[in-house]
Ligand binder design. Structure first.
Ligand code: IPD
Length: 265
């Protein structure tokens, strides 16, 4: 079995070439080719091409591993390593040319994420972590915010694609916003988690994330000292992901629980 460092090195090299491919395709023009859950949940040709590129590269280097990807699924069955991939997290930003979209790639061994990279393809910023090995931005160690007062906290979040869910999420924001410094919605969950890791956001939460949205960024935030959980003792998952430094986490968690942030459609 390869070391975590070797898995990370492979993840980084694949994420870089994947980000380059996304940028080349964007320069040639980008159009939605399909929609998924709703009319605003778009897929571009680049989402598919980048995922295929990562799959082909991993398959060539490590033929026995499996890959769970946003566009083509997979990842079933037992393998030494399962890779978890969002080829372009922040697809709507990609579509509009907003420089906040990322390749997110995590390596999981026996159900535990041990290495992860999030690369903002638009800016070239890159966050990495290995389990127990700390978190880094462009090679430099990072730590989550030292803020202890939720009233001073800048909190990131995101919204799903379905109107009913978005309405519920907006009601949660309405209940929260009077208790914090302000809200940010940047549009790429993996990057949001890395912003928590480096203290550019004090905290982040979102309902409805899939493993490809939060696996790599969640490890990076945790390795930077944030607590990354769900609600009510649950692990981070589709019902809720909260990432916050320990001093903020309980207060934010309890408020989100009171606001039924994991509830609704
Ligand atoms: C989306 C982004 C967005 C978040 C959504 C995700 P996608 O991923 O991460 O910030 O709010 O929940 O689905 O569709 O751009 O890969």
């Amino acid at each position: 079995m390869e070391s975590q460092a070797e898995l990370l090195a492979l993840a980084v090299s694949v994420a870089r070439s994947a980000g380059d491919l996304a940028n080349r395709m964007r320069a040639e023009g980008v159009d939605p080719v399909a929609t998924k859950s709703t009319a605003t949940d778009v897929v571009t040709a680049a989402d598919r091409a980048v995922e295929q590129h990562v799959r082909d590269t991993l398959q060539h280097v490590r033929p026995d591993d499996t890959v769970l990807g946003e566009e083509y699924g997979g990842g079933q069955g037992h393998a030494a390593v399962r890779w978890i991939l969002d080829p372009i997290d922040g697809t709507v930003n990609y579509l509009y040319g907003l420089p906040q979209y990322a390749v997110s790639l995590a390596a999981e061994v026996d159900g535990v994420v041990v290495a992860g990279v999030v690369r903002n393809a638009a800016t070239g910023r890159e966050w990495t972590a290995t389990l127990g090995g700390g978190a880094f931005a462009d090679g430099r160690p990072i730590r989550a915010s030292g803020e202890t007062d939720l009233g001073q906290a800048l909190v990131g979040t995101g919204f799903g694609y379905a109107a009913e869910r978005r309405l519920h999420q907006a009601r949660v924001v309405a209940g929260l916003i009077g208790h914090i410094r302000d809200i940010r919605r940047f549009g790429a969950a993996s990057i949001d988690l890395c912003l928590v890791a480096e203290g550019s956001l004090d905290a982040y939460y979102e309902k409805g994330l899939n493993p490809w949205d939060h696996s790599a960024g969640g490890l990076i935030a945790a390795e930077a000292g944030a607590l990354v959980t769900g609600l009510d003792g649950n692990p981070p998952g589709v019902d809720m992901v909260i990432a916050a430094p320990p001093a903020l986490h309980a207060h934010l968690h309890d408020l989100l629980s009171k606001l039924d942030a994991a509830g609704g459609p």
